[in-house]
Structure formats: C-alpha cells, structure tokens
Design a protein. Sequence first.
Length: 403
Amino acid sequence: MKHTINKKPGSIIELGVELTKDEFQEYWQKASDQATSQVDLKGFRKGKVPKELAEKAVDKEKVFEVATQEAVRSSLNNLVEENDWTLVAQPEIEVTSSVDGLKYKGTIITFPEVKLSNYKKIAASKMKEVKSKLADIKVEEDDVKKSLEWLRNSRAQIIAVSREAKKGDVVKIDYEVNGEKSSDQFILGEGKFLPGFEVNILNHKAGDEESFQLTIPEDYWKEEMRGKQLDFKVNLKEVFERKLPEINDELAKALGNFKDVAELKENIKKGILEEKQVKEKEKAHINIIDEIIKSSPIEPPQVMIDRTLDDLIKESEATWKNSGKSEEEVRKDFEPTAKKRVLSHLVIYKIGEQENINPTEEDLKQEIQKYNHDKISLDNQKFYDYIYGVIQNRKVFEFFDNQ
C-alpha cells in the first residue's frame, strides 16, 4: 500500500492512499465469497448453490461497494495505528480510481498536538501570589451578620393575613403582561420585578386587582426590551406575614449542634473564611490555565469547538430563545467561550497525561455516588467522560496548589 500524508492547520490531515490490484483483490474476493454464500436459488439449499451460478446471481456493484468499504476501513485503520493518531471526527473519503486497484483520498481530523509551556513555573508563581492573599483574608462582622440574617429568613414562619400588604410580606399573585399569563410568590420589597411593579401591590389586600403600565428601563439587562411599554393586570391572591425567629441560643441549637449563639457565630465565621479562600484559589486556578494557554502553541480542531458550542447552545437554550437573537447570532457570541473551554480541557488533559494524574476506579465510584444514579451509570459514556473530567480537573488543581 502506497500513501501520502499532508498535515494541515487545525489538526487536519489529508491522505492519498493507493492499493495495488493484488492488494484490492483480497478484499474483492472476501466480499464476493460472502455474497455468493448468501445466494438463494430455487432448487438449491442456501449455501449449496454451485459457484458458477452463484457468481452470476450476485450484484457485482454491491460486491465492489462492500470490498471498497472494507479496503478503506482496513487501510485507514492501519495508518491510524502506525502513526498513533486519535480521530476526533468521522473521516471524509473519496474514491478517485478503481482501475488496476483502488485509489482514494481521505481527510481526517486528529486529536491536536498539545505542547505546553513551563506550566510548573507558571503554577508556582501564581500560587505564591495567592498564598500571600489567603493570609490577608479576613471575615468582617458584617459578613457574619448577613449570614445570620439569611439563617433567620430561612427559618421564617409565614402566616396568612387579611390586612393590606406591606414591605417584607410574602405575596402570591396571578398576573398578565401583554396578554401572557403567569403566577408567582415573592417577598414584597426585594425588587424582584421591574421598577414600579411592586409599588402597585403595596397597601392592597388579597382579592384586589390592579391594571397598570410600566416602561422597561434603558439599563435593562435585555437590550432588545429596553424602552418597551408593558401592560400589566395583577390579581393579589394572598398576603402572608413573615415571622422571623430571634437570634438566641435556642435558634443556635435548632440550627445544629451548637451550644449557644457565640459558637454558631464562630462556625459561620469559619465557613465564610473557607469560602473566601476557596474562591481565591479558584480564581488562581483559572489564571494559571489562562497563562498556560497564552504561552502554549495549541490549535484545537474546529470540530471540537463546534461540539462544545452545541453544548453551550443547549445549556442556555431557555435564555437565548427569549433574547430575540437567532441561533446563528448566539453561536457567534458563544464561539470564543467554546474555544476557551476546549483549550482549557486540552491543557488539563495534557498536564494529567504528563504528570500521570488520572482518576482511579475508586475516585470514579465515590464521585458517582454524589449523583442520582438510578438512571445513569458509568456505562453511559457521556456521563463517564463528564465524571472523569470533573475528577481530573480537581486533581490537576490540587497539583497546582502544591507547586
């Protein structure tokens, strides 16, 4: 078998393959024998038809098609194995000649070559900076107060009342905006809706109905909605008063194994500190990956970017379908994010390979236990790949921490 290899940018390889007449004859004979063995003629048992009659009965074009498919598959597999390529997409094949053998052109896309810069040096430098920042992190008294307030709100009792609604109450409403009906329940005064919306509910009782118009602010997050006028109809269904518990030793004991408020506060302070430290480390990990990407010549295949782009489009479908943008526009917006995600995965994969950082079977079992695995398991390849990636990411980041 003769062949030519032409490497192109983007991990694309163009192949030219030529099988001699004798080489292709082996595939032809195998396909022909298989076809003749399946011939069914009246008067003969299947598989017992005389060879000369069976050969006349078979579809020669079909035999050639089968022989060609097998010749391409086998020769291509040999080339992939010999060159240690990993394909990331289905090969594109074009048969150019079947005279005196077989000639075909092939275009394949391989897993990219990933050459990393000095990632250990980059990680050591960034982690030195972050370790200094970690030592300076403090938890302010206001942070603790906010957490305590959140805990109080999470334990609030709601009691139905017949009075007029005021700030801090929970209200249940049915509403219609430009003809589209919906329902909601929220704390009045937290600014969940458009400016001016909640003002029209204040001082009203359950059963009251209101109609009003609002104009969407010019700084609204959905650009295409800015300045539009909306017609609202609101039916106030129920009003609930919120009764917040006192911050005392009794509440501390109810929230966990705390003997008093002081111990609860200390636990909250410790949790906030750990959370701030984790966030600082996470930022450092992202910075490390970004720096490695910037200083490493990596050119990911477009097909890998496109697949990641498909995932991003699917993940955010509920949001972008209401944005007024076409899918084509959204894909264009998301492409830089998709490319960065692919590059990050390639960097982490390569570091894992070079440092022998691989999830163990026990790692995988422990991770899957965190999920509802009644319907999914490690037999599901996509789920397996996801779990594997989660663990490998974590282990590579731990490797960064120790530089």
